[in-house]
Write a protein that binds this ligand. Structure first.
Ligand code: FE2
Length: 317
């Protein structure tokens, strides 16, 4: 039976999955949210990794961003221009940006976002669900020899990958255009495969589709190990799946999750807006931080601060 726990506000948190996911009720999101509600949301987010809200139709780009500021500093995507000239990134089914690969947002830069806040605008009549996976429980449920192995590995992440392989049915011109924008700067970042979470202290697996290879291994060994760890992340018991409704909002701890946008709405329109909140540079169990291999710095985007531009020690909140 689902258990709803009340805090000293009207906010309710209801766990919806064994390892990941909670529904939050009794709250109207915006920049004017009371401190107790913000604290309740943050605590739920750290505990459940992804939290869901219904009925937030009142949000627009400005109030979405104002709410994000209560969780930390909003950051722009390092290469893709925003939907509103500020921080709101458009996730639009007609613009080639489908996310039907398991990934953590923007891991091709060192200080990738701590939180992503995704708001449904136009939802297709069927399909288009999103799945999230808990990368902390994926690690803690590994058999000990695999945890020890993962602890010592480092992986190279990049924003350059094979877009045509991801979307074999897309128009070549649309793909080429999207690829050109997404990879206008090519990033290579080395991360530990196991990240120590800066707020909870949990160990998490830091992998996903921006990974190119594991350092020091041949391509074949690297692929085999990536597939092995990724299978533990994607295991159904380790995930939660959400069917979107207009006015829905999902917030995830991007340091402790991967997600996957299911591409099964045919040609129906699906539009969401994402605002990301700045994160800090990961460290592995040995304390060694992630490092940007190329270019030398994360260049400034057209507006604001880019994710990853804060080079080190940026607070998570
Ligand atoms: Fe994403």
């Amino acid at each position: 039976m689902a258990t709803a726990t009340r805090t000293d506000t009207t906010l309710t948190v209801t766990k919806i999955g064994g390892r990941i996911g909670a529904e939050i009720g009794g709250v109207r999101l915006g920049g004017d949210l009371p401190e107790a509600d913000v604290a309740g949301i943050r605590a739920a987010l750290l505990a459940h990794k992804v939290v869901f809200f219904r009925g937030q139709e009142h949000l627009d780009e400005a109030s979405h961003e104002a709410f994000a500021e209560l969780l930390g500093a909003p950051v722009a995507h390092p290469t893709v221009p925003s939907a509103d000239g500020r921080y709101a990134l458009g996730i639009d089914s007609h613009h080639g940006a489908r996310a039907n690969q398991w990934h953590t947002d923007v891991t091709f830069v060192p200080a990738y976002p701590a939180f992503s806040i995704l708001r449904a605008v136009t939802i297709p009549p069927y399909g288009g669900d999103t799945l999230w996976a808990n990368t902390a429980t994926a690690y803690s449920n590994l058999p000990e020899p695999l945890r020890v192995l993962a602890d010592g590995l480092r992986a190279v992440h990049s924003n350059e990958y094979d877009y045509a392989a991801l979307r074999p049915d897309a128009l070549p011109e649309a793909l080429a255009q999207y690829r050109e924008v997404f990879t206008s700067t090519k990033f290579l970042t080395e991360h530990p495969v196991v990240r120590v979470h800066p707020e909870t202290g949990e160990r998490t697996l830091l992998l996903g589709n921006f990974v190119q290879r594991i350092q020091g291994l041949t391509g074949r060994d690297s692929r085999a190990l990536l597939d092995l760890f990724q299978a533990h992340i994607e295991s159904p018991e380790n995930t939660v799946r959400r069917q979107w409704q207009p006015g829905d909002v999902a917030i995830w701890d991007n340091r402790a999750t991967q997600h996957y946008g299911v591409d099964d709405s045919d040609d129906h329109e699906r539009t969401l807006r994402r605002v990301t909140v700045d994160g800090d540079v990961p460290v592995g169990p040995d304390g060694v931080p992630s490092r940007l291999l190329s270019p030398e710095n994360v260049p400034d985007p057209a507006f604001g601060i880019a994710s990853g531009a804060s080079t080190s020690d940026a607070p998570a909140a």
